[in-house]
Write a protein that binds this ligand. Sequence first.
Ligand SMILES: [Zn+2]
Length: 318
Amino acid sequence: MTYLGIDIGGTRLKAGLVDENGRILRTALATSPASRESLQATLPPLVRQLLAPDHATPAAAAFGCKGIIDPATTEVRTMPGVWGFLTGLRLASLLDGILPPETPITADNDAKAALAGEAAWGAARGHRDVLLLTLGTGIGGAILAGGQLLRGAADVAGHLGHICADPNGPICICGNHGCLEAIFSARAIEADAWSAMHQGCASPMTAILRATPEALSTRFVFEQAALGDPLAQGILHRKIRVLGACLAGLLHAFDPELVILSGSIADAGPALFEPLQKEVDWRVQGLLKRSVPLVPSGVHDTSGVVGAAALAFRLPVA
Ligand SMILES: [Zn+2]
């Protein structure tokens, strides 16, 4: 049996056929459209192209997408920011006429999809209490509590990027101030490096940024820190401290067995995980009296397709 997973991401659309062991059989990619009409024009041919080689008929299909999604209807309920054009769209309508009408289709927030993927085939397999944070351009989150994905009263639960890290902190996409995402995210890390350069702070990193502004990325800041740049090290030290403090609060609230950190910033590996684990550990010793492991994603592909396919995998199939 195969499952169709579709990830609607900020920069690209990706559709994939996934088997019942969570392995991707093949994928199709397109650049993310900037309007609803463009999405409606781009996605159906992409899926047709994916299914065409062997006329695949997936047992079920699912979408992972930013925002607040109703899994029963696949409607995008709330989508802040530039992707607001998706609000009100029933994602399943993008597959009209492509799959047999009886094919079950669902959709969910992309971080919840990622945790479903980890629970089925990755680092959360066999666990009942797990937190997941996607550390990228923004911060997504999802909570497995007692073996169930926590949804809350209106499917909003799990937006861990919008817990408050500093009530007087920078403004956030959600309209609040000082959300974790506004302080620890790729955008926030890059903004600090840029600000240091703009303010005339001298260091090897700011000298490179002055000469080649396009070099700026979160990976670049981590690389500069590894090379010994004190400014880059200082930025990451402060950011990791904030993330660690927020994670400690989450551990006290949810008492998970482990925390999965995925996304582009987690690709930094030990440069992130080691100082972060230390920061979290001392903060939870008093109440939890144990170290809760922070671990990377365990699925075969973290692009979002496997997570979406896991949502489809969980659907009852006739
Ligand atoms: Zn926020």
